[in-house]
Design a protein around this ligand. Structure first.
Ligand code: DGJ
Length: 729
């Protein structure tokens, strides 16, 4: 790892384990993207920039018709002074102009990685783990300073980027756009990769061709969203799991974002990611600063598999934090699909008895325990136990569950308020809204304005009071609607477009306060399933409910797609009843169990309705998972067969020392008269010998990875098989 400045080439060379990023100061002032790719030992500008006079590419220096910012690969571009591509930032000044001219002023190289103010980011545990380059750009005419920050790590092959704006002038500015990262490539021989979908169909893998112009996607819903994940990558055409080059960016942010790839007229590509400029304006008074969220950049020369390994390692070890980062995650039962709102203490304790009997470790009481919430029409905000359902209160229920040998977890939706709630009657202006305009509802609810300190204090107190009143070991933190009529009663008209970002900053403050006051509690985030599966929330809550869709077939795609960026230990995955409540499909219990074991295993059904045989199967699943969950949660994960391109899926978990592995193959549907499938494993030690549970022979790691394993006895739809491998020599 290292960051070096070369006066000869006037450039910065950032090196991590396998990646180099090179930024050059061109003509003494313009910051230029010069190289991002496989690590170089040295860089001496072999492919130096050539400037060509291009018609309709204007020139900032009237004496030089060959030089235009429109053709210069730029690191943090402006709009309006000769570059016609999408800018990384825009600042409106008091005279109405948005023209800026940011040029290089200074730089410094720091040991370690400063934390971003008010925003989650990757961290270091000691300064020697990373180095950070801060390049300050300046527009002296208006007094604007922008510090671009780049961190490289010793043990992680990711680069973190962000920008900090500072008004060092005497007039106020309005920041209209502020990307976290932008990078210009001098060619466009790429495909674009994104993770997109919808509620219950999150993070499907979408690849598309790049064509001239802007290809972009994002969120303007106030949440990172089910619809698009804040991730994009450029890949060389034909890239697969093992081969091909990948340049990926992922935003550590849970709100509105914009991801773009723009192919310019000269055939170059600008890749950028940051807060969505649509409906965003931030006022920057003199001396004020604005910090963008962090973008995590990954380059892989080993296809998508190589990219995922890098994201997984970074997120498992230096994004997720706290007591639970390295702790084995419990197997839980959640009562949602078992009872919905129709439960009482007796039913929940009966479920706990059943759960204990099959080996489950934690019972989570979902929505409906507070206020008078018998459906989704009321009570959000009134975090007071409903004594009709739980006559002894939360403490009594939690103790009852503990006495049965289980830990107790609880569902909250703290960011929301029901119009039918005491809180709303008392504070009707505490929700996001715009003056006298009607307040649109989503799932019969409104959103608390977390930008307001008094609202945040109330939420922190309300959640903390419940967490203190009973032995609660786990929290499911839900959020079930997107923002409309985005406005805040506490902000002047000039600051209304800050509301959405202030909401996210407020949310992070709340999460920081609650999670640090209850360090022993395991927090799982949720937003109608996977509507906020993003690194911002993972920094506070180390796992996320991957999707409300619990159908095993749908889950193969959702979990497979999610794993492109996020490690399996961050994914909640549960076995539910059939016919499945979201898609109506019936799949066998062993298949459902095996798919759910691809993440943090849980159950979400009425165990009391299972037959003796089915209970036996659940018991077997739980025993197997307990024995091998270390592999799933802390091992290396490799995708083997894609459900997006075949009627099957497969993956393997391998222990970091390669002594154990667990591979699974899923047949989604069967076809007549096809070749009997085989599975090439990955991640093993080529030179080692492995014993497979249930087989007498041993096999070389090389053979298992090159020749593969025969997949036997799959005779119909929705069947799976798994192999447990142990290194023997
Ligand atoms: C949406 C979540 O994703 C579900 O799992 C469940 O908790 C419901 N909300 C409860 O309202």
């Amino acid at each position: 790892m290292g960051i070096a400045y070369s006066p000869d080439t006037n450039s910065f060379h950032l090196q991590s384990d396998a990646t180099s990023l090179i930024i050059q100061i061109v003509r003494g002032k313009y910051l230029s993207s010069r190289y991002w790719g496989q690590r170089l030992e040295t860089w001496n500008d072999s492919c130096e920039l050539v400037f060509v006079d291009r018609p309709f590419a204007p020139n900032p220096d009237p004496t030089d018709r060959a030089f235009s910012l429109d053709t210069l690969p730029q690191e943090y571009p402006a709009f309006g002074n000769t570059d016609f591509r999408s800018p990384a930032f825009q600042v409106r000044q008091s005279d109405g102009s948005t023209i800026t001219d940011l040029t290089y002023k200074s730089h410094r190289i720091l040991e370690g990685k400063p934390q971003l103010e008010g925003l989650p980011s990757l961290y270091v545990e000691s300064e020697s783990e990373a180095q950070t380059l801060e390049i300050t750009l300046c527009d002296d005419l208006i007094g604007l300073e922008v510090a671009l920050s780049y961190t490289v790590f010793g043990n992680l092959d990711v680069i973190c980027r962000s920008a900090r704006f500072c008004n060092v002038g005497s007039e106020p500015f309005a920041l209209l756009r502020a990307a976290s990262a932008s990078f210009d490539f001098e060619h466009s021989r790429f495909e674009l990769l994104q993770l997109s979908g919808a509620w219950a169909r999150e993070r499907h893998i979408v690849r598309s061709a790049l064509v001239p112009g802007v290809r972009g996607f994002g969120s303007s819903r106030g949440a990172s969203s089910h619809q698009h994940n804040p991730f994009l990558a450029l890949i060389t055409p034909g890239t697969d799991e093992d081969l091909g080059e990948v340049w990926a960016m992922n935003l550590v942010y849970s709100g509105n974002f914009l991801a773009q790839a723009e192919v310019d007229p000269w055939g170059g590509t600008r890749l950028s990611l940051g807060i969505n400029p649509f409906e965003f304006t931030w006022n920057l008074e003199p001396k004020a600063t604005f910090q963008t969220p962090e973008a995590v950049l990954v380059h892989s020369n080993n296809g998508l598999g190589g990219m995922s390994q890098k994201f997984h390692q970074a997120y498992r070890t230096r994004l997720c934090r706290g007591t639970w980062r390295d702790r084995v995650r419990p197997i839980l039962i959640n009562n949602w699909e078992a009872t919905y709102f129709d439960f009482d203490e007796t039913k929940i304790l009966a479920l706990a008895d059943q759960a204990k009997d099959v080996g489950i470790e934690l019972l989570v009481l979902d929505d409906g325990w507070f206020g008078h919430r018998d459906d989704d029409k009321s009570s959000l905000g009134d975090w007071v136990v409903d004594r009709r359902k739980l006559p002894g209160g939360m403490e009594s229920l939690a103790r009852g569950i503990q006495e049965r040998g289980l830990k107790f977890g609880l569902w909250f939706e703290p960011e929301m308020i029901s119009p039918d709630s005491s809180l709303y009657r008392k504070h009707p202006d505490w929700c996001l809204h715009v003056g006298q305009r009607p307040r649109s509802q989503g799932r019969n609810q409104l959103i608390l304005d977390l930008g307001r300190p008094e609202v945040r204090a109330h939420v922190i107190d309300a959640v903390s009071a419940i967490l203190r009143c009973a032995p609660i070991a786990y929290v499911k933190w839900d959020m079930n609607r997107h923002q409309t009529e985005v406005g805040s009663a506490s902000l002047p008209s000039s600051a209304q477009k800050e509301t959405s970002h202030r909401y996210i900053l407020g949310l992070y403050k709340v999460l920081d306060a609650v999670t640090s006051s209850f360090p022993e509690v395991l927090f799982e985030s949720c937003s109608g399933g996977g509507g906020r599966f993003d690194p911002g929330l993972l920094a506070y809550m180390p796992q996320t409910w991957t999707s409300d869709n619990t159908d095993a077939v749908s889950r193969l795609k959702i979990q497979y797609g999610t794993s492109l960026v996020y490690p399996p230990v961050t994914m909640g995955s549960h076995v539910s009843a059939v016919p499945n409540h979201q898609v109506g499909r019936t799949t066998p219990l062993p298949f459902r169990g095996s798919v759910a074991m691809g993440g943090n295993l849980g159950y979400e059904l009425d165990l009391g309705k299972l037959s003796v045989d089915e209970k036996g199967e659940v018991r077997r699943q739980i025993a197997t998972y307990k024995e091998h969950r270390g592999l799933v949660q802390f091992g290396d994960f490799f995708r083997l067969v894609s459900p997006f391109t075949s009627p099957a899926a497969a993956w393997i978990f391998v222990s970091p020392d390669k002594t154990k592995a667990w591979a699974s193959y899923y047949q989604v549907w069967s076809e007549a008269n096809l070749a009997v499938p085989f599975l090439k494993l990955k991640g093993l030690d080529r030179n080692a010998k492995y014993q497979i549970e249930g087989l007498t022979k041993t096999f070389g790691g090389d053979e298992l990875m090159e020749a593969g394993l025969r997949v036997r006895d799959l005779t119909s739809d929705h069947q799976s098989c798994s192999w447990l491998l142990k290194r023997v020599e």
